[in-house]
Design a protein around this ligand. Sequence first.
Ligand code: FE2
Length: 347
Amino acid sequence: MVCALGIEGSANKIGIGIIRDGEVLANVRRTYITPPGEGFLPKETAKHHREAILVLVKASLKEAQLEPKDLDVICYTKGPGMAPPLLVGAIVARTLSLLWDIPLLGVNHCIGHIEMGRLITGAQNPIVLYVSGGNTQVIAYSNQRYRIFGETIDIAVGNCLDRFARIIKLSNDPSPGYNIEQLAKLSSRYIKLPYVVKGMDVSFSGILSYIEDLAEPGRRQNKRKKPQEEEITNYCQADLCYSLQETIFAMLVEITERAMAHCGSNEVLIVGGVGCNERLQEMMRIMCEERGGKLFATDERYCIDNGLMIAHAGAEMFRSGTRMPLEEAFVTQRFRTDEVLVSWRED
Ligand code: FE2
């Protein structure tokens, strides 16, 4: 039996989870929410995490009704992510490991999402779409690696949504993406936007610039070709939110479908914060069903960054014999999904 505590703080959420052999014992989280029009910056986010982390560690042990001595391993997010908030989690994990004399493991954040999604949904060997504020990847398992089949070549899909929400001054509470989704429901008027799929990869930065220009005509000094004046005045924010979602989600569905065809897979698992979006889930479900496949998705407790996913992936690593010396307990902003040897899977 492996009982693991996981610490996640790679972006604007700080979360602690405790899991024992796949049984969820605690999952507590706080989100750093900035005012409308503002993103979260590394230094301020780290300050938020520092102020919350010890309270959350205590709350998780209380929720799980456990003592530190009941834990077999302490896991933390090693990367990828923003360095200052990542360091908060790593330093607390190292300290608790030494204080309580419990082994320590650094976990890849993306692997955490994948393993948590597989556990919660029961998907066996799915094509994984990992979509969040910092990541956009289509992943498939092969030969002890989670291999990246397609990814963004510039900004993440969630970053595109977050930045557009900032331009139109939407609230960041509970998240900018959630508020775009609600606004999009008010429209069914599609405004044509660039659609940028390059082989198995996608690009969002040009789409963002284009739609920012529609939302705020004259925003840029050196203006490129602009839509007609009367067209601009007819757009409303809901139309733009709707059109942005339809375009970028269609791009994601396209590359996911191609990965399914290539691998001969009939399962898709969506993970990451953008994975909560019900319109993305609906579009992906339609594609899956047309192919005779099945979509697996989770709710916000598990698809938004959380400590539990780090605990679970760490527990799987620990169970399969992975150990980490204390001097390797650092963080790294760049840590690709396919760098990790998936020692806990044998298929
Ligand atoms: Fe994430």
